[in-house]
Design a protein. Structure first.
Ligand code: AKG
Length: 265
C-alpha cells in the first residue's frame, strides 16, 4: 500500500497522518479478542497500572499469532518504508489498554527522546504507527498530538519514574506550552481499524480514561534498518535487538486466521 502525494505532504508538514478504517471489522474483532486474552495473562511483558488494570502488553508478536501477522502487515509496513526510503525492522511493539474507568495518563513526550537516551538510536528515523482496536473518541483518552512539533528537534526532557508504572522521558510545561502556542493540539479520533502514523519527534500524550469505553491501541515502532540501536539498556522485549528487515505477510493474512479460528470453534 502506497501513500499519495497529499498524504505524504500532510505527514511531512504536520508530523502525523490518520488513515480511517484501514483494517476491516473482521480483522479488528480478531485483534481485540486476542488483546483481551493477552491482558488476562500473567507474564513479564504485560505491565499494569498502579490499580492493577493492564497498561500495556509488549512484544505480542512473539507469543500471539494474530499480532505476529499484524506486525508484518503490508498496510502498516509499506507506508513507513515509503517515508524512510529503506526497509524497516521492529524496534518496539505494544498494545496499550487505556482501560475503561482506570486508564492512566501518558505524560507529554517525544518518543525519539526515549529511543535515543535509553536505546542509543542514532537518528529519529523510526516511527510509531498505531491501529485503533476500539473506537477512539474525544472522551476516552485519545492520543493528543502537537502538530508540527516534530520540527523542534530533540527537546530537553527529564526521566519520569514516578507518575505512572512506565518510565518516560517527559517534557516540561514551559516547552509544551510554547509548542502548543505555535501548533495547537489535535486528538485524532476514529472507528476501530483506523491507522495513525506520527513522527518520532512529534510531541504527544494522553489523559486518563474515566469513561466506560475502553481505548485499546496497538503501537508498532518501526525503525529504518540502517538506524539500528547502538546502546540498548532496556529488556529485549521492550527494545528489540533483532535488526532483520520485516518481510511483509499477505494482505489477507489476518482474515484467513479469523476464518480458520471460526471454523475450529
Ligand atoms: O497510548 C497512549 O495514549 C500513549 C502512548 C504513548 O505515547 C507511547 O507509547 O509512547
Amino acid at each position: 500500500m502506497k501513500l499519495t502525494k497529499e498524504q505524504l505532504d500532510q505527514f511531512h508538514t504536520e508530523g502525523w497522518l490518520l488513515l480511517p478504517e484501514l483494517f476491516t471489522a473482521e480483522e479488528v474483532d480478531l485483534l481485540r479478542r486476542e488483546a483481551i486474552a493477552i491482558y488476562e495473562q500473567q507474564r513479564p511483558e504485560v505491565w499494569r497500572e498502579k490499580s492493577g488494570a493492564p497498561r500495556t502488553a509488549f512484544a505480542a508478536h512473539k507469543y500471539n499469532e494474530a499480532f505476529r501477522l499484524l506486525g508484518a502487515h503490508p498496510r502498516m509496513i509499506e507506508p513507513v518504508e515509503q517515508v524512510f526510503g529503506e526497509k524497516v525492522y521492529l524496534h518496539q511493539y505494544k498494545i496499550n489498554a487505556k482501560s475503561a474507568f482506570t486508564g492512566e495518563v501518558w505524560q507529554w513526550h517525544q518518543d525519539y527522546g526515549t529511543w535515543k537516551r535509553d536505546d542509543g538510536m542514532p537518528e529519529p528515523r523510526a516511527m510509531n504507527i498505531s491501529i485503533f482496536l476500539d473506537e477512539v473518541m474525544p472522551i476516552n483518552g485519545p492520543l493528543m498530538l502537537v502538530p508540527r512539533s516534530h520540527n523542534a528537534g530533540d527537546l530537553k526532557a527529564s526521566h519520569d519514574l514516578e507518575t505512572t508504572s512506565y518510565p518516560l522521558w517527559t517534557l516540561d510545561e514551559e516547552t509544551v506550552s510554547r509548542l502548543v502556542k505555535e501548533g495547537g493540539i489535535v486528538a485524532p479520533t476514529g472507528k476501530a481499524g483506523s491507522m495513525l502514523m506520527f513522527h518520532g519527534n512529534l510531541v504527544h500524550g494522553s489523559a486518563g480514561n474515566i469513561t466506560p469505553y475502553p481505548r485499546k491501541i496497538v503501537y508498532l515502532t518501526l525503525n529504518a534498518v540502517s538506524n539500528y540501536i547502538r546502546k540498548p539498556t532496556r529488556a529485549e522485549f521492550i527494545a528489540h535487538q533483532d535488526f532483520a528487515p520485516i518481510e511483509p505477510v499477505d494482505d489477507d493474512a489476518l482474515i484467513r486466521l479469523a476464518r480458520a479460528q471460526r471454523q475450529a470453534a
